[in-house]
Design a binder for this molecule. Structure first.
Ligand SMILES: [Zn+2]
Length: 395
């Protein structure tokens, strides 16, 4: 649901300023407490940090399966759920006001917000089934557009443009999304006569998505030669190779991507996964290290915990050390938490605690999970439980 919401929205925005405008508006809903869970998160993070986080999500969009990287981001999920019902007009007005103030503080002109609203206004002429879902859930009025226009007229940031690098990022993001989600359309829009790097990037993704692996790799090799320091290109090449069972070569490419960009949870996970898939005992520790780093950067991704459980399981076989069995149960407990399966998480955590030496870091984390998922635990509502868990397992 949230994935659909984000990708649809990301594809609708024509420029990074428009995207910033719509994100600022969404952040306004969070700040205004229109989402129950959002209020708590807002207390702990500045508006700008949230804006930065959401922009980072946008930039990292369309991962391995065309999914959004931060599927586990509860704020985003809440927005999506709330959106399904639709916001009230007064909530829209207050989200706009807060959003414009975030943009001012971030030094971004509200022009993009205005343009995006005008674009949505055009959509309102369309029959309901052809409108973007966004239009139906965020009721747009002429007043809203007029308010943003007034703000723009009096703003010192009126004609300020974002740094060109954001335009490049935005172009690549749109190319990537289209390549993954609608490969046939991407191949029509970005023809082989189009020499731009963005166009070839979209084509490479679309070709690989439509099983034209050789041609996809040819293109990928071309833009790696042209821009050898871009981690995205090695990531794509690594992914194409991995999914076509060329594991050794994919390891090399993921390693390079991680050297060029060291703080991407997704890249660490992909590298760790590829290392694990080599089945080479000598590379098991490095695989575990990569998966732990991925979890440190973004800890609510079930698949990463699952991979870590597999890696520790192999470690248990090789090292004949019972402690690793406890770590497997612990990792599976975390995976269950990330999936929202509280009961299962509690049982797995309990099993982990029986095996792990009492008081060690993983034992303590397992205890946190057990306490916060217990059915008789003293928590008045789900939100509080969620927050406690978040604090608890970062240790
Ligand atoms: Zn809204």
């Amino acid at each position: 649901m949230n994935e659909f919401f984000y990708t649809g929205l990301l594809q609708l925005a024509d420029s990074p300023e428009q995207l910033a405008g719509v994100i600022a508006h969404e952040t306004g809903h969070i700040a205004g407490g229109h989402l129950i869970r959002g209020r708590e998160e807002m207390r702990n993070a500045s508006a700008q940090a949230i804006l930065g986080m959401v922009l980072a999500v946008a930039a990292g969009a369309a991962s391995r399966n065309g999914q959004i990287a931060a599927a586990g981001m509860s704020g985003g999920q809440q927005i999506a759920e709330r959106n399904f019902l639709g916001f009230s007009r007064s909530q829209e007005a207050s989200a706009d006001a807060a959003g414009m103030s975030f943009l001012d503080k971030a030094g971004i002109s509200v022009r993009g917000m205005l343009e995006f609203f005008q674009k949505l206004a055009g959509q309102e002429m369309l029959p309901a089934d052809r409108q973007a879902e966004y239009v139906q859930t965020h009721p747009l009025t002429q007043d809203r557009i007029e308010n943003v226009r007034q703000h723009l007229e009096h703003s010192p940031l009126k004609d300020v443009k974002l740094d060109p690098k954001f335009y490049t990022m935005h172009d690549r993001m749109k190319a990537k999304l289209l390549g993954f989600l609608q490969p046939e359309t991407a191949l029509l829009r970005y023809t082989d006569k189009d020499p731009r790097l963005t166009a070839r990037y979209a084509r490479a993704i679309a070709l690989y998505q439509t099983n034209q692996v050789g041609r996809a790799l040819n293109l990928t090799d071309g833009f790696i030669i042209e821009d050898p320091d871009n981690p995205l290109f090695y990531e794509l090449k690594g992914q194409i190779l991995f999914e076509n069972s060329r594991i050794e070569e994919s390891v090399t490419n993921y390693k390079k991507a991680n050297e060029l960009l060291s703080n991407s949870s997704l890249l660490h996970e992909a590298y760790g996964h590829a290392l694990l898939e080599t089945k080479d005992p000598a590379r098991l520790d490095l695989a575990i290290q990569q998966l732990l780093e991925s979890n440190r950067l973004e800890d609510r991704v079930p698949v990463t915990w699952h991979l870590l459980a597999s890696a520790w399981g192999r470690k248990a076989e090789l090292a004949k050390d019972q402690q690793y069995d406890g770590m497997v149960s612990y990792a599976l407990a975390e995976e269950a938490v990330a999936r929202g399966a509280d009961k299962e998480a509690g049982q797995l955590a309990e099993r982990a605690m029986k095996v792990l030496p009492k008081g060690t870091p993983y034992w303590l984390r397992a205890q946190d999970i057990k306490l916060t998922t217990a059915p008789d635990a003293d928590h008045p509502n789900d939100d509080e439980k969620h927050d406690k868990l978040k604090v608890g397992d970062r240790g």
